[in-house]
Write a protein of this length. Structure first.
Length: 529
């Protein structure tokens, strides 16, 4: 009887006289390694398909093991870092020249398919080893005794690869060779690879806050909310889930006014999704005569591949998801489904060093211990975030009414509550300029009596605030709101400024007095930052 046909690489072929070589595919192994040495490789999907021990060539095993070690520590993966890791672990893997000579890297989906080929070859080798065990047991007269154990091992082959041991980092090694610190994008709020979540009520300016972030990041300087310093320039991609193209244009025009619009801001209106799927794997039932069968069920998430390709091609540094409810296609209150989706986002963030800001709505809860407990949906959303920001209205309905504010006017005043894993960020308050769309820092008056005693505001402060508002206030009420004082205090300060000639008045509608800088008109789209 002729032996099974094999190819030189041991996978398939037709050479009848070739020796019986265990199934393997060195071309697929090399293709997988070539893909992993490039930025943005699908390393999580590949590691889910194939284990270190499943590579046939020992050098490929060692190089893949070094890559996995770097991935576990979230360190960059390229030829130099892999070579250094192999030398650190004293692994006999591919050297620099051999890594350069690897075949051209395939597309991400092809790389995952090649990883499955490597796994299937490993399964075939184990199956052959099992058949050899059966033959040996039969010849030794131990078939009935050894058969259950051999069959159990063979049945496990169809359930996927055996799990690798957990990656362990020794604290002493971490102290001696610390990992690279993620680059800061916004001080006190956002670093590369981090997930931040901004939760707040509807129509309270969360999208304006994200737009402020994008514009300041493109400029590479400024204070977000008048407080958080932009550390370096960055490129932002905003997934617009609630506004159309015209409304988005109107907002960008307001934010920049007559200034040149900065480069580095992209937006998409395509409805990509983070879909949650339930997977089930059933084993053959009734083998023990009980009639019962077993199955494994787990939850997984699928991220639209277009998002990854877009981030990779345009090299975005920040992804804004506005809002979470539009792009998360799962059960909002399920911690398991939320965690599966966030795991995909974390993988994306780590592989591309992209920071992710998710905008989220509040639920109906009122009696809570922490501000983020007000967020809608699963608690795991807050647990995964490196920075949790909750935007809360400063005035309740009664307080706003007592000050003569409408509901829409009261929405412009908010308090930001921070909870950050690294260096704490102090809470602060902001006011939104409805004419420009810019948030600025605001100090809330405690009460009318305390406001009347404020002495740190003077005429230069009034002039500066008027200039930041575009050079004009249509009424004393608007001036009081911008200055953060009562109308009586604002009236006294404005009267002093008028007497000094740095503010002039004009007649407005309904007998209102307009206050403006001499020779200036309101500047549409002027910025308060």
């Amino acid at each position: 009887m002729n032996s099974s046909p094999v190819r030189d690489n041991g996978h398939v072929g037709a050479a009848k006289a070739a020796p019986l070589v265990p199934p393997h595919d060195l071309e697929a192994e090399a293709s997988v390694l070539a893909a992993l040495l490039l930025p943005g490789s699908p390393i999580a999907e590949i590691r889910a398909c194939v284990g270190i021990e499943e590579f046939y060539r020992p050098a490929h095993q060692n190089t893949f093991g070094a890559i996995c070690a770097l991935d576990d520590r979230a360190e960059p993966i390229d030829r130099l870092t892999v070579d250094a890791e192999q030398r650190r672990q004293r692994l006999d893997g591919l050297d620099i020249v051999e890594m350069i000579e690897l075949p051209e890297a395939p597309l991400p989906r092809q790389a995952v398919a090649h990883a499955r080929i490597v796994h299937e070859c490993a399964v075939s080798r184990l199956a052959l080893a099992g058949s050899t065990e059966l033959a040996v047991a039969a010849h030794a007269g131990r078939l009935l005794e050894d058969l259950p154990g051999i069959l159990e091992r063979l049945a496990d082959l169809g359930k996927g690869r055996s799990a690798d041991k957990l990656a362990v980092r020794w604290a002493a090694d971490a102290v001696l060779t610390p990992p690279l610190e993620p680059e800061t994008l916004v001080e006190g709020m956002l670093r590369r690879g981090e997930l931040a979540i901004l939760g707040g009520p509807r129509a309270f300016g969360k999208s304006w806050f994200a737009a402020n972030l994008a514009v300041l990041g493109a400029r590479g300087e400024g204070l977000l909310g008048g407080t958080l310093r932009i550390a370096r320039p960055f490129r932002s991609l905003i997934a617009q889930g609630e506004v159309d193209t015209w409304e988005a244009w109107r907002r960008w025009a307001m934010l920049t006014g007559e200034c040149k619009f900065p480069d580095g801001i992209g937006e998409t209106f395509d409805r990509w999704r983070l879909r949650v799927v339930r997977k089930r794997r059933a084993s053959g039932g009734g083998a023990d005569g009980s009639g019962w069968s077993e199955s494994d069920e787990w939850i997984d998430a699928i991220l639209d591949g277009r998002l990854e390709q877009t981030i990779a091609e345009y090299q975005f540094d920040v992804l804004v998801i506005d809002p979470w409810a539009v792009y998360f296609a799962g059960a909002e209150n399920s911690n398991d489904e939320t965690e599966a989706a966030l795991d995909k986002l974390r993988d994306l963030a780590m592989r591309y060093s992209v920071a992710i800001l998710i905008l989220h709505h509040l639920g109906k809860a009122t009696d809570v211990r922490e501000p983020e407990d007000l967020w809608r949906g699963a608690s795991r959303l807050a647990d995964w975030a490196s920075t949790r920001i909750t935007l809360l209205p400063h005035w309740n309905e009664k307080q706003a009414g007592d000050q003569g504010m409408t509901r829409h006017q009261a929405r412009r005043y908010v308090d930001l509550k921070f909870l950050r894993r690294s260096t704490p960020t102090e809470d602060f308050s902001m006011v939104l300029d409805s004419a420009t769309g810019w948030w600025s820092r605001w100090t809330a008056p405690t009460d009318a009596a305390a406001d009347a005693r404020r002495t740190h505001l003077d005429v230069p402060d009034v002039v500066n605030a008027c200039r930041m508002a575009g050079g004009t206030w249509p009424s004393k009420k608007r001036a009081a709101e911008a200055l953060g004082v009562s109308q009586q205090t604002a009236g006294n300060l404005l009267a002093r400024a008028v007497r000094q000639g740095v503010i002039e008045t004009a007649a407005g509608r309904r007998r209102a007095t307009i206050y403006r800088l001499p020779g200036m008109r309101p500047a549409l789209g002027s910025s308060t930052v």
